[in-house]
Design a protein around this ligand. Structure first.
Ligand code: 5AD
Ligand code: SF4
Length: 471
């Protein structure tokens, strides 16, 4: 049994990472015949991990079911970014406990960021002994063996390394989307923003070798994918740990020179955004004009307390440069309200920044103290009611700009990667513009999986309506 400790997770000594190839013991291949249900919480990195988990479980012989009550193995791929993410997973565990009371043979496991939380593991050891296994983010590749051990020994297995281990390549993957593919380029984060638990749960930054990334992209092109989404907690730090003068700019350029029609990348930390990156983004049309650039706050004092390493003025300079250089660039952001002791004036600075930037999309959150982070130790005098009112005010403002930006597209023709038939709107198809806007439109079956021109007819806050453009 390995248990996580934050003390160890926090250590920042340089370490050389070995590259390791995933290997599944041939004895385990299709050894089992049951069903599994996987629930995924959180970000795109978790969604992509789930694509690996599904493939590993299917190599063991399990088949996926939508109804968790019908599954032999139920796995929760958890998120711990805010307290309500933890609460959701604990709520699901409550439901699974009932199921387990009725059928003790069901295997329940937990992985993802919560598995790396020291406090969560202590709770599991004390109060959730019925959970069959916990596997951490650093050793997810061991999942097949851990499940095999559980099935054979019936003993609880908790394997969570405190710190990142080797970088594992060639994990099997069962992709959810046949046209758009996630590609990890960097794991972990070294920024240690004072509110954020990610550096503790995902470890320090480790970049994948460029050869492995390019190999994956070439394979995706062969498989007919139209889009790659390069993933990392902070993709702009790509290569910093490799010391070979290869960074996000050079990686993006190399990928842009392939025939992949669309390239996206998330998430960008403004501090690591270089001029070279902006040049490359501006130069290639297959790099989508859509950048997710979290600002978090418009107040310099709050930004400093958050440990974000930039001022409002520096953020705006970067924002302006991107807008100037990259044609029709849509910029989205993340904003936290109610950071400890955020004053009315400081909140107003955030509103003013939103008025300036007029973001195309924004994910807004109330600050949530995360155990073990520096901000969680800050005394906070702002009430929950004030924070909720601020969030509401902020949401009203960001929504106005989403609508305004969408309305500006009415009458224009946009390129859309068509994902399929709309589930909600009968007879319509849906897809995403290169600026990441959802559009429902009148089209044909044959449009699915292709990039087509669509004329925008109407705009709402969260989506556009259109029809296939003639000629
Ligand atoms: N409380 C609220 N929001 C948070 N985020 C990260 N940590 C916290 C926290 N403790 C938000 C940030 C980040 C996004 C992924 O989640 O805005 O960019
Ligand atoms: Fe968290 Fe900051 Fe790293 Fe983003 S950059 S994952 S907010 S520590």
């Amino acid at each position: 049994m390995h248990l996580p400790t934050y003390q160890e997770a926090k250590t920042m000594d340089k370490k050389n990472y070995e590259k390791k190839e995933f290997f599944l013991n041939p004895k385990l291949v299709h050894r089992y015949h049951g069903t599994y249900h996987l629930k995924t919480y959180g970000c795109q990195m978790n969604e992509h991990d789930s694509e690996n988990i599904k493939a590993m479980l299917e190599e063991l012989g399990f088949t996926q079911v939508d109804d968790y009550e019908k599954a032999d193995v139920v796995l929760l791929n958890t998120c711990s970014i805010r307290e309500n993410a933890n609460n959701k997973a604990f709520g699901m565990l409550g439901r699974l406990k009932h199921l387990k009371d009725e059928n003790k043979d069901i295997v329940v496991g937990l992985c993802g960021c919560m598995a790396q939380e020291e406090k969560v593991i202590h709770d599991i050891l004390e109060k959730y002994q019925w959970i069959n296994f916990v596997v951490g983010t650093h050793n997810l590749y061991q999942l097949p063996e851990i499940i095999a051990k559980v099935l054979e020994s019936k003993e609880q297995q908790i394997e969570v390394f405190s710190r990142e281990q080797d970088l594992v390549e060639s994990l099997p993957v069962k992709r959810d989307n046949p046209y758009s593919a996630y590609v990890n380029i960097i794991y972990g984060c070294d920024k240690f923003c004072t509110y954020c638990i990610v550096p503790y749960t995902r470890g320090r930054q480790r970049s994948r070798a460029k050869e492995d990334i390019l190999k994956e992209v070439h394979q995706l092109i062969k498989d007919g994918y139209q889009e790659v989404i390069l993933l990392g907690q902070n993709v702009n730090a790509y290569g910093k740990d490799l010391n070979d003068n290869y960074d996000l700019a050079t990686l993006l350029e190399e990928i842009a020179k392939t025939t992949i029609p669309r390239i996206r990348f998330v998430t960008s930390h403004p501090w690591d955004f270089t001029k070279e990156m902006i040049e490359v983004i501006s130069k290639y049309d297959n790099i989508c004009p859509s950048i997710h650039l979290p600002v978090q706050s418009g107040s310099n004092k709050v930004l400093k307390l958050m440990g974000r390493r930039y001022t409002k003025e520096q953020y705006i300079a970067l924002f302006d440069e991107l807008k100037k250089k990259k044609k029709n660039c849509a910029i989205s952001t993340d904003i936290i309200v109610g950071f400890p002791n955020e004053s009315d004036e400081e909140f107003q600075d955030t509103l003013d920044l939103v008025d300036y930037c007029q973001f195309d999309n924004a994910f807004t959150f109330i600050y949530s103290p995360r155990y073990g982070t520096p901000a969680a130790k800050m005394k906070d005098n702002i009430s929950k009611e004030v924070k909720e009112a601020r969030l509401q005010k902020l949401n009203e403002k960001v929504n106005q700009y989403f609508l305004k930006n969408n309305q500006a597209l009415i009458g224009k023709t946009v390129d859309v990667l068509v994902m399929g038939k709309s589930e909600k709107k009968d007879g319509l198809f849906y897809g995403y513009t290169d600026t990441m806007k959802l559009i429902n439109f009148k089209g044909e079956n044959e449009n699915i999986g292709k990039i087509v021109s669509v004329k925008v007819l109407d705009a709402k806050t969260w989506s556009l309506d259109g029809e296939i453009a003639n000629g």
